[in-house]
Every structure is written in structure tokens, then in C-alpha cells.
Design a binder for this molecule. Sequence first.
Ligand code: NA7
Length: 536
Amino acid sequence: MTGDFDAVVVGAGMGGMYALYKLREELGMSVRVFEAGSGVGGTWYWNRYPGARCDSESMDYCFSFSPALEQEWEWTERYPTQPEILRYLDHVADRFDLRRDIQFGTRVVEAHYSDNRWAVRTDRGDAVRARYLVTAVGCISAVNLPDIPGVETFAGNAYHTARWPHEGVDFSGQRVGVIGTGSTGIQLIPRVAAQAEQLVVFQRTANFSLPARNRPLDAMEQRAIKATVRERRRLSRESGGGVPLTNPEITPPVSALELTPEERHRVYERGWAIGGGPPFLFAFDDLLKSVEANETAAAFVRAKIRAIVKDSSVAEALTPTDHPIGTKRICLDSDYYETFNRDNVTLVDVRRTPIEEILPHGVRTSAALYELDSLAFATGFDAMTGALFAIDIQGRDGQALRDKWADGPRAYLGLATAGFPNLFIITGPGSPSVLSNMPVSIEQHVDWIADCIAYANERGSEVIEAAADAEDRWVEHVNEIANDTLMPLANSWYVGANVPGKPRVFTPYIGGVGEYRRICDEKAARGYEGFAFSSY
Ligand code: NA7
């Protein structure tokens, strides 16, 4: 395909879908979306492993731009499963007739800014031009496959959780290995254990996991939420993490250290019983700021692990000790720790006995050979920048984004980067993105971008570009507020520690979606302060 468009959008996950809707329906722009998958959904298209489920609640993990859509869609569980979210997103694509402007099965490989246009090429030979380039490539979409010696020699079936076969996998009667115990592994492991004959879990870092307490969402409860949904959305938008925190049982914000150990214990028990991350992690206002406060929560969860897991040496291996709770993405589970009480499950601590090589019929550690029929890699992603760097993006004077960001990403408000005119990054580095309930951040970004383009149109400006000094100040601010917290302490994918050689930078904006929105709105009200507008 060739052609000229007002905008090219890369990716048809939630970000790309809403960008297409907004720019086409509200600004009347011509838009082409390129999507590598054969359907919409992004994360929810790719991550089809058993147990895949969102850890935001269904009533919050959805679009809010259409009140009619909000009212008509019925969720069935407290936390939505991957198939249910994908059904929802397919419904959105049909309802708003999005597919006609999306080219599926097509990966953008190159986007160069020249002659006041973005020249975009794909792996299928398309070459189109657009005034605006909007990336909606996802923060956790570029797959991380560890470089373990012999990985390519494995003769059984090997899967990465984010590239799971659409037809599903039957592990019955098999010896299965799972490498990785992040959010994904923690969701996958109980499901594989229930089906496989033997499961060997290779754990590098023990993670903190809280019970999800998933349950069916009954019709009455759902109707009640829908009746007051605008207020719920307002609370989400003004919150820290993009969720409403309406639960009256949550303690008002106080330091964990202000309570007696007994009172504190009761608060943690209540959070543990309610389930989910926020009731526990936001029970006090200093859990992510003070090592001492954090340790009270960490100790509570460690004690829970010891109480659940019967074999004390397995419990010890599962007990996280190397990072404050919440500084790696908190995991939510259904029976994760209980799974290690099963006779068919073995935990291998690969810090004590490292994986030395993968052989055709198994995995050999420094201590033993584990014979396996199938191997699942739940080894995560080259987060935040991996999917952007997979595209050869070049701005003014042929400057490559990969080069500009070689020492870490630099984006003004996490939305745009100096030297790359008319490029907008949805949920980019330096915005709340992965620290928030994504649909809230996606809608805020897309709305802001559309308003910014409308503003440029009104002024007769064709070029919008972030100023380098505004960008420098923003990057500094993002780092400063992150360094006020415990978050940079952990070797997490938030800092790129999971990918060898990646510069260590705490990437998302930690100030909360409410504060971030306020700042973005203020910049807009001041004539998009920090951006330069010009004409050809
Ligand atoms: P994560 O959270 O990055 O977890 C990946 C896991 O894989 C983690 O336990 C890693 O250990 C482990 N890993 C990675 N490489 C290796 C090697 N080489 N050997 C052994 N173990 C390894 O990815 P997820 O998919 O679970 O979750 C990503 C996000 O998706 C999640 O936070 C939610 O936002 C949704 P490590 O901890 O690095 O030592």
C-alpha cells in the first residue's frame, strides 16, 4: 500500500484503537493503523497463556469514552480474563467500525521524518506518508527470551507466554518446565500444575504475591457500579494509580509506623482478605517511601508464605528477601503459593543452582538434570522502550531514536521527544503508564494529543515539537520523584534490570495519574508550554 494520511498509528491495542477512534471520529483525520497481530487487542491478543488475567478490576479496566459502551458491556468476574478482555475489544472494534482503517498482519519496520512527513515502511512492503506518527506499541510487548546456552536445541515444545498458540496447549501427561516467576509465571504456574503430570518451576527471584480474591461479578453489583460510574471514573482520573479506591475499609492515609503492631497487623489482614494490590499496598501512605514501613508489610507477606507452604525449605526459597515489597510489580495470584504443596510440583531456585544449559530433552542446572517434554518461558519483556526500538524511527537530520535514547529514554511529559516533530508516544516513558490502570492513562494521552493537534490546526501550525530544555526538565523531575521512593532499589523491569546491557533508569512517572493529568492540562492551558508550533 502507498498513500498519504493525516496520521499513522502503530499498534491496535487499546491505545491504537482509541487513537483511531478519536482522530478519525472527532478530528475528521484520515488514519491508517498498522498492527502486527491478526486482530485487535495488543497485550490481550498476544498473551493467551492459561491463567492470563488483568490485575485491574473489570469495572475499571475498560474504556470510558462512550457511556453507551460502558452501560451495555457486561463483565462476568471481578478481574477479567484474557479471553473476556479480547471479546470486549473485538466488540469495541465492531461497534465503532475500527477495522476498516486497520491493516493487520503488518509490522512497521521504519518511520523516518523527512520533507515534513513521516515516511512509514512495513514488513509487507507498504510505504505510506503521514503528517503525524502516533505510536501505540505497548509498554510490555517486546518479548524477552533469555540467552541460555542451548536454548535453540530444545526438542520438545517451547513457548513464550506472550506468543502462546491461539489453539491452546494441552499439557496432560507431560513433564513441563516454567522459567520465570513474575506476574505471568505466577498466573500460569497453578494452571499448568493442575494439568501436567510434573511441573518444574525455575525461579530466579522470589516475588511478592497477594491473593487476587477473584470472584464472579453479580448482576446487582454491576448495575450499582454502572449507576454511579461517572463518579467512579472521576475518582480514577484523580487517583494515583488510575483506580477509584472506593473501598471504605481502606484506612485513611497514615504512616504504617503510627500504628501499634497489632493495629497494623489488622490492616494488613484486611487488605489480604479483600484481595488485589491497592487495598494492601496503599493501606498506608509510606509503604513505598520508607524502608522501615515497607518492612512491616513485607514481613506480613513473608509470614503468610511460611504459613501456606508446608515444606519449610520450599517456603524459604519462595520468600522474597532482596527487594522491598511493591518495588517490583506486585503480583496477584489464585493459589500460587498453595501450588507448591502439590506432589507434582518442584521448585528450583536458580540463584542457588543456576541453569547451565538447555538440552534437547530438558534443563540442566549446576545440581541436576530435569527431563522435560515442554518448556514455557514466562521471562517477560524488554519493557517501555523495546517495542519502540524495534522500529527504525528517525527524526530530524536522520537522528535515530535508539541513539537519542541510548543512555535512557527522554520524552517530554512522556508524550513527545525533541527532534522528532509530530511524533506522539502513547503511554511513553516518563508518563504514569505501567504504574497505572492502563485504560485511564491511554484515554488521557489520546485526548491530550487530539486537543494538541486541534490547537495546532486552529493556529494554522503544521509542526508540533517538544523543546529540548522542557524535555530535560521533565526527565529530571521524573527521576527526582522516583528517587524519593524505594522503587529504584529493585532490579525490576521498571529500571530495565531484566535486560542485560540496558541502561538503568526508572522509566515511568511515579507522581500518580491525577497529578500527571493536572500538569498536562496546565501545560495545555498555557498554550502547550514546552512545545514549539511552526509551519512549513
Ligand atoms: P517479569 O515480571 O519481567 O518476570 C519475568 C520472570 O522471568 C522473572 O521472574 C525473571 O526473574 C525471570 N527471568 C528472566 N530471565 C531469566 C533467566 N535468564 N533465567 C531465569 N529466570 C529469568 O515478566 P512478566 O511477564 O511476569 O510480567 C510483566 C508484566 O506484565 C507484569 O509486571 C504486569 O505488568 C503484566 P528476575 O525477577 O528478573 O530475576
